[in-house]
Design a protein. Structure first.
Length: 255
Protein backbone atom coordinates (compact mmCIF):
# COMPACT_ATOMS: atom_id res chain seq x y z
CA UNK A 1 0.00 0.00 0.00
CA UNK A 2 1.34 3.40 -0.96
CA UNK A 3 1.49 5.76 2.06
CA UNK A 4 -0.13 9.18 1.79
CA UNK A 5 -0.86 12.28 3.88
CA UNK A 6 -3.90 14.55 3.67
CA UNK A 7 -3.54 18.29 4.19
CA UNK A 8 -5.69 21.39 3.71
CA UNK A 9 -4.87 23.95 1.07
CA UNK A 10 -4.78 27.55 2.37
CA UNK A 11 -7.81 29.71 1.82
CA UNK A 12 -5.66 32.36 0.20
CA UNK A 13 -2.92 31.85 -2.33
CA UNK A 14 0.40 33.68 -1.81
CA UNK A 15 0.05 37.39 -2.51
CA UNK A 16 2.40 40.26 -3.10
CA UNK A 17 2.22 44.02 -3.58
CA UNK A 18 2.27 44.95 -7.25
CA UNK A 19 2.64 48.74 -7.82
CA UNK A 20 0.45 50.07 -10.60
CA UNK A 21 -1.81 47.03 -10.69
CA UNK A 22 -5.56 47.05 -10.11
CA UNK A 23 -6.23 46.88 -6.39
CA UNK A 24 -7.74 43.78 -4.83
CA UNK A 25 -9.06 43.43 -1.30
CA UNK A 26 -6.52 44.93 1.07
CA UNK A 27 -4.46 46.32 -1.80
CA UNK A 28 -3.16 42.88 -2.80
CA UNK A 29 -3.32 40.91 -6.06
CA UNK A 30 -3.23 37.19 -6.77
CA UNK A 31 0.29 35.90 -7.28
CA UNK A 32 -0.61 33.16 -9.73
CA UNK A 33 -3.44 31.29 -11.39
CA UNK A 34 -1.99 27.97 -10.23
CA UNK A 35 -0.54 26.82 -6.91
CA UNK A 36 2.57 24.65 -7.06
CA UNK A 37 2.59 21.84 -4.51
CA UNK A 38 6.03 20.37 -4.01
CA UNK A 39 7.34 17.33 -2.14
CA UNK A 40 10.78 17.93 -0.62
CA UNK A 41 13.29 15.48 0.77
CA UNK A 42 14.16 16.21 4.40
CA UNK A 43 17.31 18.30 4.54
CA UNK A 44 17.20 19.08 0.82
CA UNK A 45 15.94 22.32 -0.77
CA UNK A 46 15.29 20.71 -4.16
CA UNK A 47 11.80 19.45 -4.95
CA UNK A 48 11.56 15.71 -5.49
CA UNK A 49 8.20 16.11 -7.26
CA UNK A 50 5.68 18.83 -8.01
CA UNK A 51 2.07 19.16 -9.13
CA UNK A 52 -0.23 22.07 -10.03
CA UNK A 53 -3.55 23.00 -8.43
CA UNK A 54 -5.69 25.60 -10.15
CA UNK A 55 -6.57 28.61 -8.03
CA UNK A 56 -10.30 29.28 -7.70
CA UNK A 57 -11.42 32.57 -9.22
CA UNK A 58 -12.37 35.25 -6.71
CA UNK A 59 -16.14 35.87 -6.82
CA UNK A 60 -17.12 39.18 -8.39
CA UNK A 61 -19.26 41.48 -6.20
CA UNK A 62 -22.87 41.48 -7.38
CA UNK A 63 -25.23 44.41 -6.71
CA UNK A 64 -28.97 44.58 -7.43
CA UNK A 65 -31.59 47.25 -6.70
CA UNK A 66 -35.28 46.74 -5.91
CA UNK A 67 -37.26 48.27 -7.47
CA UNK A 68 -34.98 49.10 -10.41
CA UNK A 69 -37.18 51.82 -11.93
CA UNK A 70 -39.80 54.41 -11.04
CA UNK A 71 -39.86 57.87 -9.48
CA UNK A 72 -37.35 59.02 -6.89
CA UNK A 73 -38.08 56.85 -3.83
CA UNK A 74 -36.46 54.65 -1.20
CA UNK A 75 -34.90 51.59 -2.81
CA UNK A 76 -33.29 48.43 -1.45
CA UNK A 77 -29.73 47.50 -2.45
CA UNK A 78 -28.81 43.82 -2.20
CA UNK A 79 -25.14 42.85 -2.37
CA UNK A 80 -23.26 39.56 -2.37
CA UNK A 81 -19.65 38.43 -2.92
CA UNK A 82 -18.26 41.58 -1.28
CA UNK A 83 -15.26 41.41 1.08
CA UNK A 84 -16.37 39.85 4.36
CA UNK A 85 -17.07 42.36 7.15
CA UNK A 86 -16.06 45.28 4.90
CA UNK A 87 -17.28 48.77 5.84
CA UNK A 88 -19.01 50.03 2.70
CA UNK A 89 -20.70 53.21 1.44
CA UNK A 90 -23.36 53.95 -1.19
CA UNK A 91 -22.99 56.88 -3.59
CA UNK A 92 -25.00 58.14 -6.54
CA UNK A 93 -23.95 59.39 -9.95
CA UNK A 94 -24.92 59.78 -13.58
CA UNK A 95 -23.64 57.64 -16.45
CA UNK A 96 -20.28 58.85 -17.80
CA UNK A 97 -20.04 61.77 -15.34
CA UNK A 98 -18.70 60.17 -12.16
CA UNK A 99 -20.13 59.84 -8.66
CA UNK A 100 -21.33 62.49 -6.25
CA UNK A 101 -19.03 62.67 -3.21
CA UNK A 102 -21.84 62.44 -0.64
CA UNK A 103 -22.57 59.08 1.02
CA UNK A 104 -26.24 58.03 0.78
CA UNK A 105 -25.90 55.05 3.13
CA UNK A 106 -23.33 53.21 5.25
CA UNK A 107 -23.32 49.47 5.87
CA UNK A 108 -21.09 46.49 6.70
CA UNK A 109 -20.98 43.26 4.73
CA UNK A 110 -21.58 40.13 6.79
CA UNK A 111 -19.23 37.15 7.12
CA UNK A 112 -20.40 35.90 3.71
CA UNK A 113 -19.83 39.28 2.04
CA UNK A 114 -23.57 40.01 1.79
CA UNK A 115 -25.73 42.98 2.81
CA UNK A 116 -29.21 44.46 2.38
CA UNK A 117 -29.63 48.21 2.88
CA UNK A 118 -32.43 50.74 2.29
CA UNK A 119 -31.32 53.85 0.40
CA UNK A 120 -33.55 56.96 0.12
CA UNK A 121 -32.79 58.48 -3.29
CA UNK A 122 -32.56 62.29 -2.91
CA UNK A 123 -34.60 64.46 -5.26
CA UNK A 124 -31.63 66.85 -5.46
CA UNK A 125 -27.96 65.91 -5.71
CA UNK A 126 -26.33 66.43 -2.27
CA UNK A 127 -24.21 69.58 -2.38
CA UNK A 128 -25.43 70.51 -5.86
CA UNK A 129 -27.62 73.32 -7.14
CA UNK A 130 -29.60 71.40 -9.74
CA UNK A 131 -32.33 68.80 -9.45
CA UNK A 132 -31.71 65.25 -10.54
CA UNK A 133 -32.75 65.26 -14.19
CA UNK A 134 -31.00 62.08 -15.32
CA UNK A 135 -33.14 59.21 -16.65
CA UNK A 136 -30.49 56.78 -15.41
CA UNK A 137 -28.96 56.98 -11.94
CA UNK A 138 -25.83 55.02 -11.09
CA UNK A 139 -25.83 53.58 -7.58
CA UNK A 140 -22.35 52.51 -6.52
CA UNK A 141 -20.96 50.63 -3.52
CA UNK A 142 -17.63 52.10 -2.42
CA UNK A 143 -14.88 50.71 -0.24
CA UNK A 144 -13.72 53.97 1.45
CA UNK A 145 -10.52 52.38 2.75
CA UNK A 146 -9.38 51.87 -0.85
CA UNK A 147 -11.38 54.74 -2.38
CA UNK A 148 -12.52 52.11 -4.88
CA UNK A 149 -15.87 51.35 -6.52
CA UNK A 150 -16.63 47.66 -6.00
CA UNK A 151 -19.94 47.38 -7.88
CA UNK A 152 -22.60 49.53 -9.57
CA UNK A 153 -26.21 49.17 -10.62
CA UNK A 154 -28.54 51.38 -12.70
CA UNK A 155 -31.84 52.82 -11.45
CA UNK A 156 -34.21 54.10 -14.16
CA UNK A 157 -36.65 56.96 -13.63
CA UNK A 158 -39.19 57.73 -16.38
CA UNK A 159 -38.56 60.99 -18.22
CA UNK A 160 -42.16 62.03 -17.59
CA UNK A 161 -41.50 61.98 -13.84
CA UNK A 162 -38.41 64.19 -13.98
CA UNK A 163 -39.32 67.61 -12.58
CA UNK A 164 -36.51 70.19 -12.46
CA UNK A 165 -36.41 72.10 -9.18
CA UNK A 166 -35.58 75.83 -9.00
CA UNK A 167 -32.07 76.62 -7.78
CA UNK A 168 -32.72 77.44 -4.12
CA UNK A 169 -29.12 78.54 -3.61
CA UNK A 170 -29.08 81.15 -6.36
CA UNK A 171 -27.01 84.11 -5.11
CA UNK A 172 -25.62 82.16 -2.12
CA UNK A 173 -22.00 81.29 -1.50
CA UNK A 174 -22.35 77.51 -1.48
CA UNK A 175 -18.60 76.78 -1.36
CA UNK A 176 -18.99 75.55 2.22
CA UNK A 177 -20.83 72.51 0.84
CA UNK A 178 -17.51 71.27 -0.53
CA UNK A 179 -16.30 70.68 3.05
CA UNK A 180 -15.60 67.15 4.27
CA UNK A 181 -17.56 67.54 7.51
CA UNK A 182 -21.40 67.78 7.37
CA UNK A 183 -22.50 71.32 6.48
CA UNK A 184 -25.71 73.02 5.39
CA UNK A 185 -26.93 76.29 3.87
CA UNK A 186 -30.33 77.87 4.55
CA UNK A 187 -32.65 77.86 1.51
CA UNK A 188 -35.69 79.45 3.19
CA UNK A 189 -36.04 83.24 3.34
CA UNK A 190 -35.76 83.04 7.14
CA UNK A 191 -35.25 80.13 9.51
CA UNK A 192 -35.60 79.85 13.29
CA UNK A 193 -32.92 77.90 15.17
CA UNK A 194 -34.80 76.21 18.01
CA UNK A 195 -33.84 74.97 21.46
CA UNK A 196 -35.17 71.45 20.77
CA UNK A 197 -36.38 69.30 17.88
CA UNK A 198 -39.99 70.46 17.80
CA UNK A 199 -41.85 73.27 16.07
CA UNK A 200 -43.10 74.68 19.39
CA UNK A 201 -39.62 74.96 20.94
CA UNK A 202 -38.18 78.31 22.00
CA UNK A 203 -36.20 80.05 19.23
CA UNK A 204 -32.51 80.48 19.97
CA UNK A 205 -31.96 82.84 17.05
CA UNK A 206 -33.20 83.49 13.52
CA UNK A 207 -31.06 83.32 10.38
CA UNK A 208 -31.60 84.45 6.82
CA UNK A 209 -31.36 82.64 3.51
CA UNK A 210 -27.81 81.61 2.49
CA UNK A 211 -26.63 81.29 6.10
CA UNK A 212 -24.07 78.45 6.39
CA UNK A 213 -23.87 76.19 9.44
CA UNK A 214 -22.28 72.94 10.59
CA UNK A 215 -24.43 69.89 11.25
CA UNK A 216 -23.73 67.36 14.01
CA UNK A 217 -26.76 65.05 13.91
CA UNK A 218 -30.47 64.56 13.37
CA UNK A 219 -33.59 63.34 15.11
CA UNK A 220 -34.85 59.80 14.47
CA UNK A 221 -37.04 60.87 11.55
CA UNK A 222 -34.57 63.26 9.95
CA UNK A 223 -37.10 66.12 10.20
CA UNK A 224 -34.81 68.15 12.46
CA UNK A 225 -31.02 68.47 12.43
CA UNK A 226 -28.71 69.73 15.17
CA UNK A 227 -26.66 72.70 13.94
CA UNK A 228 -24.05 75.20 15.06
CA UNK A 229 -23.71 78.69 13.57
CA UNK A 230 -20.39 80.48 12.99
CA UNK A 231 -21.23 82.86 15.87
CA UNK A 232 -21.51 80.00 18.35
CA UNK A 233 -25.30 79.60 18.48
CA UNK A 234 -26.43 75.98 18.69
CA UNK A 235 -29.84 74.44 18.24
CA UNK A 236 -32.17 72.54 15.93
CA UNK A 237 -33.28 73.46 12.41
CA UNK A 238 -35.86 72.05 10.02
CA UNK A 239 -34.01 69.89 7.49
CA UNK A 240 -36.53 70.81 4.75
CA UNK A 241 -35.23 74.41 4.83
CA UNK A 242 -31.57 73.47 4.35
CA UNK A 243 -29.29 72.23 1.57
CA UNK A 244 -26.74 69.69 2.82
CA UNK A 245 -23.46 68.32 1.53
CA UNK A 246 -24.43 64.87 2.87
CA UNK A 247 -27.60 62.82 2.83
CA UNK A 248 -29.56 63.50 6.04
CA UNK A 249 -30.10 59.79 6.72
CA UNK A 250 -26.34 59.17 7.20
CA UNK A 251 -26.14 61.73 10.02
CA UNK A 252 -26.05 60.20 13.52
CA UNK A 253 -29.25 60.30 15.61
CA UNK A 254 -28.64 62.61 18.57
CA UNK A 255 -30.66 64.16 21.36
Amino acid sequence: MIPYNAFALPLHFPTYEKPGAALRTGGLVQLATFLVIAALLVGCSAAAATTLVQAPADPTPVLTVEPDHGPIQTVTLIGRNFPAHAALRVRMGAPNTGLNAADLAWMNADSDGAFIVSVPLPAIWPGANAAVVEEQLVLAVIDPSLNQTLATVIYHQPAAMITPTPDLLAGCDASILAAVEPMAVVTAEALDILASATAVATPVTRVDRCQPMSVSGRDAGGVWVKVELPGGYRGWAASASLRFNVAVNVLPVVE
